[in-house]
Design a binder for this molecule. Structure first.
Ligand code: XMP
Length: 513
């Protein structure tokens, strides 16, 4: 089974995997290769197109990464992005220079006009916003090329030689800030490279399964399953690849939402793998007894998790591979590029020090969250697992302000369930990125029937965000908030007041503790 292939040639830019992801989302198979890859190897891949990424260098630096000029004779169309564009110009006879004045040095969102006759911009508006980040610019366009986009500060925003299929853009079409960037990449793939769109997430799954089988051989694999999307999809993928050799340990710390532990168990217990559920709720609760300080809670839960996991791992004995559901944004967050990393703030942080294994496998390492969800669907995971919103490792312990008790957790679980149920009924689940209830430690006076109550206030939190670094509170319709409030105070004992949090992040964080 072979697909049309696009090569993303990596010159060290920070968005390289994002470019790859943009190509994949257009239904085209793509591989990221270092710029040092010999041209013969690239030719062997028979690419329908090549994309040069951006990079931190300047083409004139002595240490700047360069392409082997032979690449221009492969016959494949080339799209150069930012540094890649300058490289194209430099190698094909143009001139690149540091921008002399601030005007031509562009950073950020830039109003840009395009020549709609150029295949890259066909069918798109003549003007739109692009996202720039370059200190050098093309002083002289190489022979055979023409200009096809300009901004107020810079006449040479994009160049093309359509006969040879060479295109260069100074801006970054792969980032969301470039309004029509995805369409430009699509145009390059379909109008220039002749892509047919012959690649799907199903194909990705097949390839990933094959590679995992090759890597793992007849080795034993251990995975700490948290029930979150990433570790669930990693588990399902590994189960498909090496089912019987995989052991998943699901530590149920008793801090999950209503029915969550059973849902995880139901999804995995029949997948032909060894599934161990450790019901450690009481153990965690006794360690959390009378602890009120948020960081202390986190620390205890993290440590206890390792202890429980370690005890189970010891029973299994030596394993060859420890699998983790690390996804690409985790890799970026930890700033480790391509080096093997273990997230310090990972749910199961520190694990590798304690468990005897040979190597780590991270089968989702190059995927973005939405791709992980699509892969999960492809693997037949139920929708409630695949579309699950982020859930913090310490679970409800950090949504139960102050002391954590079984009774408070049960109250919170019930209220949180009602909130989620009403959001789902209103068809709003897709419109918010994270939403949950928090049991505050504020008690206040209320009246119910003819009696006075002195019960807890429940806070509802919902945010809309793309990266969870900043977030806006969601404008949930009043009618929906009203239904949640009425149900919660009527159905959940010990809550007599419901508050809606209208603080964005910053200054607040998403969680309360
Ligand atoms: P904050 O509260 O920092 O949350 O705005 C940002 C995102 O991170 C999640 N979060 C955690 N995830 N362990 C985790 O695995 C943690 O200790 C933790 N604290 C916060 C939070 O749910 C949100 O999605």
């Amino acid at each position: 089974m072979s697909h049309q292939t696009v090569i993303v040639l990596d010159f060290g830019g920070q968005y390289n995997q994002l470019i790859a992801r943009r190509v994949r989302e257009q239904g085209v198979y793509c591989e990221v290769r270092p710029y040092t890859t010999p041209v013969a190897d690239l030719r062997a891949l028979n690419p329908i197109g090549i994309i040069f990424t951006g990079g931190p260098g300047s083409v004139y630096d002595s240490a700047a990464p360069h392409a082997d000029p032979e690449i221009f004779r492969l016959g494949a169309p080339i799209l150069g992005i930012c540094y890649g564009c300058q490289l194209l110009a430099h190698h094909l006879g143009g001139r690149v220079a540091p921008a002399q004045d601030d005007a031509a040095r562009e950073y950020g969102k830039t109003e840009t006009s395009f020549d709609p006759a150029c295949k890259l911009f066909q069918g798109l508006p003549a003007r739109s916003v692009t996202w720039m980040s370059h200190g050098d610019y093309m002083e002289q366009v190489p022979e055979g090329f023409r200009l096809c986009a300009r901004s107020a500060a810079c006449p040479n925003v994009a160049i093309c030689d359509e006969d040879r299929g060479f295109y260069g853009v100074q801006f970054h079409p792969e980032v969301n800030h470039t309004e029509r960037g995805a369409d430009m990449i699509r145009n390059f793939l379909y109008k220039v490279c002749g892509a047919k769109g012959d690649w799907t997430m199903g194909d990705y799954k097949e390839t990933a399964v094959r590679r995992l089988r090759e890597k793992v051989g007849d080795g034993k694999v251990l995975l700490a399953l948290s029930g979150g999307v990433d570790s669930s999809v990693a588990a399902a993928l590994l189960a498909e690849a090496v089912g019987k050799q995989l052991t998943c340990v699901f530590v149920d710390h008793g801090l999950m939402r209503l029915h969550e532990g059973d849902e995880v168990e139901a999804a995995f217990s029949k997948r032909g793998l060894q599934f161990i559920r450790v019901n450690a709720g009481e153990r965690f609760l006794s360690r959390l007894d009378r602890v009120t300080e948020p960081e202390e809670k986190r620390k205890i839960i993290g440590e206890e998790f390792i202890h429980v996991f370690e005890a189970e791992a010891k029973k299994i004995g030596r394993v060859d591979y420890l699998a983790q559901g690390t996804i690409y944004p985790d890799v970026i967050e930890s700033g480790a590029g391509d080096a093997a990393v273990i997230k310090s703030h990972h749910n199961v942080g520190g694990l590798p020090d304690y468990v005897d294994f040979k190597e780590i496998v991270e089968p989702l390492r190059l995927l973005f969250k939405d791709e992980v969800r699509r892969l999960g669907r492809e693997l037949g995971l139920p929708e409630y697992l695949v579309s699950r919103q982020p859930f913090p490792g310490p679970g409800l312990a950090i949504r139960c302000i102050g002391e954590v008790t079984k009774a408070k957790l049960d109250t919170l679980r019930q209220a949180d369930f009602i909130f989620r149920e009403e959001i789902a009924k209103a068809g709003l689940a897709g419109a918010m990125d994270q939403y949950f209830a928090v049991l505050t430690n504020l008690q206040s006076v209320g009246v119910m029937g003819d009696g006075r109550t002195y019960d807890y206030a429940l806070a509802l939190r919902s945010v809309t965000t793309s990266d969870f670094m900043t977030a806006d509170w969601t404008r949930i319709p009043y009618e929906v908030l009203d239904r949640v409030s009425v149900r919660v105070v009527n159905e959940v004992p010990r809550i007599n007041r419901v508050l809606y949090d209208i603080t964005s992040k910053p200054p607040a964080t998403i969680e309360y503790e």
